[in-house]
Design a protein around this ligand. Structure first.
Ligand code: HEM
Length: 396
């Protein structure tokens, strides 16, 4: 293990080129532990990169909590206001209660029911994309599908869905200057205002949606309801859009993938896992230690923030052969793109089904995907995401 004092790893400028993978690989190989001085975060934080170290920090038995926040910038002295209320930043009783309430709405069975909606969305976006013009997958395809799915889960009435999908696209389009007009933060605030109204409407006439389900638990405040709708909105949109865009990127760059998915030569579920490993859209998760703990040979005092870099773990050469290569038949594939431990992604079944439908529908409708330019990447640390992926589709 190497302990390095390094640049501030919370600086989003570090992640806008593919060099990030070379740096992460080196750090994972050395099982490095890196301290970032205060800068992007008020008090500094440790980082781990190897698969074993990331899994150790996130393990259910590890003395770490999410309750102070799960992203760089939060720590014990600067906690996330949603801590203890929103699922991803709550622990113990509140966390168990929320997972039990929300889980059935995101289960494999519910996901299967939603797959028809996903298929309709994919067909709709492909109809528009198959016009021979250059299509920016990151804007035209990736975002639309998860936003539509989350609207269904939340029970957003059909007449409001286009508006909410647009707002969602603005809110999660990245922090750079890509979207004019409304800032991402303003768009997100608009969504929270909309949720307030939706909560009012569902109180009057409950349905089988997420809002109604959360409202049915008397122990949750209205604040809790809105925050947890937001958790599903963020969880469902911010990451899945980049995995979907990455699936099309793989079609454009991995020889034979398109025809293998079409004619059954590739197992779609195995390809989905490789898309998740290769794209790893959730870039980091943060935890704060709750007791004394030793990570990679270093003793940490209670209250120490530690960041696990998931894309680094998912390309750790100690676990994955030839980690930069997209291998459609990679098995086993012990990626931790959905995290690990108590907060393992509750929407993973849904995300997998979204990806499988996208892979199958694109393979069915498209004979070639040609990359027009190399993708550009978001200037972000929370998600590893596509800023732009211009391709040209040829129909079948
Ligand atoms: C949690 C990744 C899709 C809802 C997480 C976590 C990760 C993750 C890494 C753990 C965060 C932590 O440990 O602090 C992903 C990726 C996705 C995806 C890579 C797509 C490719 C979805 C979808 C939904 C969703 C589609 C819902 C519609 C959630 C929720 C949590 C969560 C509610 C909190 C679980 C808890 O705290 O127990 N996700 N996610 N995610 N995700 Fe996802």
């Amino acid at each position: 293990m190497r302990t390095t004092a390094a640049v501030d790893l919370g600086d989003p400028d570090l992640y806008t080129t593919l060099d990030r993978h070379h740096r992460w690989r080196e750090l994972a190989l050395e099982d490095a532990m890196v301290w970032s001085e205060p800068g992007s975060s008020p008090g500094g934080f440790w980082s781990v990169f190897s698969h074993q170290a990331c899994a150790a920090v996130l393990a259910p038995s590890a003395p770490f909590t999410s309750e102070y926040g799960m992203m760089i910038g939060f720590d014990r002295d600067h906690p996330d206001n949603s801590g203890g209320q929103m699922m991803v930043v709550s622990e113990q009783e509140q966390h168990r209660k929320l997972r039990k309430l929300v889980g059935p709405l995101l289960s494999r069975a519910s996901a299967r029911k939603l797959s028809e909606r996903v298929r309709t969305e994919v067909r709709g976006v492909l109809d528009r994309a198959l016009d021979g013009e250059v299509c920016d997958v990151a804007a035209a395809i990736g975002p639309r599908i998860p936003a539509a799915v989350v609207c269904e889960i939340l029970g957003v009435p059909v007449e409001d869905q286009d508006m909410l999908i647009d707002l969602t696209n603005h809110a999660f389009g990245g922090e750079d200057e890509l979207f004019d007009g409304m800032t991402p933060r303003q768009a997100h605030t608009e969504i929270l205002v909309y949720f307030d109204e939706l909560v009012g409407a569902r109180r009057e006439s409950p349905g089988e949606d997420l809002v109604s389900t959360l409202l049915s638990d008397d122990s949750l405040s209205i604040d809790d309801v809105v925050l947890n709708c937001d958790n599903v909105l963020i969880g469902g949109n911010e990451t899945t859009r980049h995995a979907i865009t990455g699936a099309v990127h793989a079609f454009a760059t991995v020889p034979g993938l398109l025809s293998a998915v079409r004619d059954g030569g590739a197992d779609v579920d195995t390809v989905v896992d490789e898309v998740l490993r290769w794209t790893s859209p959730a870039m980091h998760v943060l935890r704060v230690s709750t007791g004394e703990v030793t990570i990679n040979g270093r003793d940490l005092a209670p209250g120490t923030p530690v960041v696990a870099w998931l894309p680094a773990a998912n390309r750790d050469p100690a676990v994955f052969d030839d980690p930069d290569t997209f291998r459609p038949d990679r098995k086993p594939n012990r990626h931790i793109a959905f995290g690990h431990g108590m907060h393992h992604c509750l929407g993973s079944a849904l995300a997998r089904i979204e990806l499988a439908v996208v892979l199958r529908e694109v393979a069915e409708r498209v004979s070639r995907v040609d990359l027009v330019r190399e993708p550009s990447w978001l200037r972000a640390v929370v998600v590893q995401g596509y800023r732009e992926l211009p391709v040209r589709f040829a129909g079948r």
